[in-house]
Design a protein around this ligand. Structure first.
Ligand SMILES: [Mg+2]
Length: 357
């Protein structure tokens, strides 16, 4: 089988009417890059795989990424056997070395990697998770719903809705201007979810070490399950210092790129729950390798976002959660879990079909 075509399209999202905000940034709409890879085996029908890379902000980025994939990465993929995914991944790392294979290039490599796994699933008429030697056929999910732009009063119905949809964990943003405001917001959600559901807090990298220590001690007193991105993602030394000083689990990883950055994070002891992002970590192949490495360090894995990650989590012994938003009206989880879909490729649960990655 040979890849015959790589198609790249993109759209730029209109500004959001009420953008979500965390402690670092306003997510005011970016856009999506779609990759479609076609392959053919002699006279057999064409098989295709797709991926979709979303940007929560940066309207210039989708066009720039589409151009990088189309002009630089795609020619390296055409003519190759689409089953040689690690070979293609390694060739793309070498190709992008001159301007840096991590960072923006890795989003392009990931987009190709995910489309190739999807293609393989379609070629074999199997959902990708079934090809990976899975450990489970359903995955616990939690709901990230407590954005910083919501008032204290608005947070309560948000937590109620997540509980009604069957989630057993919710996440909220912290890093309000004062610790007192953070506490007020955490207590508002706790008043709804009680002790039955877990609450995670996410600071999106904004604290320095003394402030992360000061606030972290309070979050752990309030029985929060993990403290996410307390510090700059690339300061593995300070993350390790914080992890040693606090009892609460330190979660980070959505802004680390490639397995070698993760290896450094693990060796230093800077994380208890690792949270790779498919786009930035390097795609499905790289995330599987990062999960295996984390497992050897006894580090739990909880994906940043869902989409294709759902299938990978099924094959990771150390996976504890998939991150989700709300489900559409009328949908509910089964005992806090998403059942793995049976359709070929990176198939999605009924409420995600046709949706964004
Ligand atoms: Mg986060």
């Amino acid at each position: 089988m040979k890849v015959t075509k790589v198609e790249v399209t993109y759209d730029v999202a209109p500004p959001r009417e009420r953008p979500n905000r965390d402690a670092l940034q306003v997510l005011d709409g970016g856009g999506t890059v779609k990759v479609r890879i076609e392959a053919k085996d002699g006279l057999a029908d064409i098989v295709a795989g797709t991926s979709s890379t979303g940007f929560g902000r940066l309207r210039g980025a989708p066009g720039a990424l589409a151009k990088l994939i189309e002009d630089e990465l795609a020619p390296e993929v055409v003519g190759k056997d689409p089953f040689l995914i690690r070979g293609i991944r390694d060739a793309l790392w070498r190709l992008t070395d001159y301007h840096g294979s991590t960072g923006f290039s890795l989003l392009g490599i990931s987009a190709i990697d995910i489309a190739l796994w999807d293609l393989v699933g379609h070629a074999l008429k199997q959902p990708v998770w079934r090809l990976l030697g899975p450990v489970r056929d359903r995955m616990p999910a939690y709901a990230m719903v407590g954005w910083l732009n919501f008032s204290v009063e608005e947070l309560k119905p948000i937590a109620e809705k997540a509980a009604a949809q069957g989630f057993k964990g919710v996440k909220m943003k912290v890093g309000a201007p004062t610790l007192e405001e953070d506490v007020q917001r955490i207590e508002a959600i706790k008043s709804i979810i009680g002790t039955e559901m877990r609450l995670m807090v996410d600071a999106n990298q904004v604290f320095d070490l003394p402030e992360a220590l000061r606030r972290g001690r309070v979050y752990q007193e309030l029985d929060c399950f993990w403290f996410e991105e307390p510090l700059r993602a690339d300061n593995h030394t300070h993350l390790a210092e914080l992890a040693r000083a606090l009892d609460i689990r330190i979660a980070t990883g959505e802004n680390d790129f490639g397995k070698r950055q993760f290896r450094d994070l693990f060796e230093r002891g800077g994380v208890d729950v690792v949270q790779p992002d498919l786009r930035r970590a390097g795609g499905a192949t790289e995330c599987l390798e990062i999960a295996a490495m984390a497992d050897a360090f006894d580090i739990a894995y909880a994906s940043h976002g869902g989409g294709a990650h759902l299938h990978l989590l099924a094959a990771m012994p150390n996976a504890i959660y998939m991150e989700s938003g709300y489900l559409p009206e009328g949908s509910t989880l089964e005992n806090g879990c998403i059942p793995l879909p049976e359709e070929p490729g990176f198939s999605q649960p009924p409420w995600r079909r046709g949706g964004r990655e």
